[in-house]
Design a protein around this ligand. Structure first.
Ligand code: NAP
Length: 291
């Protein structure tokens, strides 16, 4: 095991916050790039070396990237994600030959149907051109996105989505984190691409049935037009770029774009990908009971 730390970006977010404890448990040293110092106390309490830096500010990054053995490169969802990733890639190149594990998205590429997927495609291209050793993780739609529907599940027993009867192999974020930890700890994954999915492809009707069974109260899926999804995103203030991305994801998933399953989680972690029932029992039900 390397004596050098593994750098984790997005350290306070959904995925990275689940990756860090696994790296620490393996005996690795962990350095976290944190953009908001106020959120970093719990990380330093766990023995993580915290470096404050902003992916938007190249000058703030070098101290985080210097002297690491590997980097978990996660950029926040948004219009500037590919520019933030370019800043990180430049810092990684300047630091040397560190191994990068890139958190991308399913089917990243220039011809993809959403601006977010194309932006991730651009970053994959930038990483390939950097010459750095890189492993790519391309996760499917997160089960945890359902947290956006907690208010209507709680008040009306309804999930509103714009994906019609489309099937998608949504994944529990815990499986993404488990996979990322394995790939970060083994540099032989460099050059490989893993498409991380849940165990089965589901319509939202099937998801609602699973929630009904696990929660013991009726939950129904009500399809809405993809334009209505965009309007809802505008209303919560995420802006025009995110509204168009969510509209385009909805239309793509509605047409079956996400209807595929891989064995990559099982092959990487040794355990099957978590089911929607397991997610409902272990994550959704406790979250609803806290509300
Ligand atoms: N949702 C999905 O279904 C889905 C599916 C596939 C792939 N993805 C991809 O997953 C990624 C998001 O992962 P996630 O949900 O784990 O992220 P997340 O929970 O939104 O966390 C984002 C992290 O980035 C940090 N951050 C924000 N702006 C920063 C900046 N300027 N400099 C440094 N750090 C900054 C945040 O810090 P603060 O907490 O301090 O703001 C936070 O730690 C995106 O690339 C998205 O495209 C999402």
């Amino acid at each position: 095991m390397s004596d050098k730390p593994i750098l984790v970006t997005g350290a306070t977010g959904n995925i990275s916050s689940l990756v860090i404890p696994q790296l620490l448990a393996s005996g690795s040293k962990v350095r976290a790039l944190v953009h908001n110092a106020d959120k970093a106390k719990s990380l330093s309490d766990k023995g993580v070396e915290v470096v404050v830096g902003d992916l938007e500010n190249p000058a703030s990054l070098q101290k985080a990237f210097d002297g690491v053995s590997a980097v978990f490169l996660l950029t926040p969802f948004g219009e500037k994600a590919d520019a933030l990733a370019r800043n990180a890639i430049a810092a990684a190149k300047k630091a040397g030959n560190s191994y990068i594990v890139r958190l991308s998205v399913i089917k990243a590429g220039p011809d993809a149907p959403t601006a977010n997927t194309r932006s991730h495609g651009q970053t994959e291209k930038d990483l390939k051109e950097s010459g750095l050793p890189v492993a790519y993780l391309r996760p499917h739609y997160f089960m945890q996105n359902i947290f956006g529907s907690l208010p209507t599940i709680g008040s009306e027993g309804i999930i509103y989505q714009g994906m019609g009867d489309g099937k998608l192999a949504m994944i529990d974020v815990r499986d993404i984190a488990d996979s990322a930890a394995k790939v970060l700890l083994d540099r032989s994954h460099a050059g490989k691409t893993y498409s991380l999915t849940g165990p089965v492809s589901l319509t939202w009707h099937t998801v609602a049935k699973a929630f009904t069974a696990v929660l013991g109260r009726p939950v129904k899926y009500v399809p809405i037009p993809s334009e209505a999804v965009a309007d809802n995103i505008r209303k919560i203030g995420w802006g025009e770029w995110a509204a168009a991305v969510m509209r385009d994801y909805s239309a793509a998933y509605g047409s079956g774009w996400g209807d595929f399953v891989t064995e990559d989680v099982k092959n990487l972690t040794g355990h099957p990908a978590r089911s929607i029932e397991q997610f409902a029992r272990e994550v959704l039900a406790p979250a609803l009971s806290r509300k």
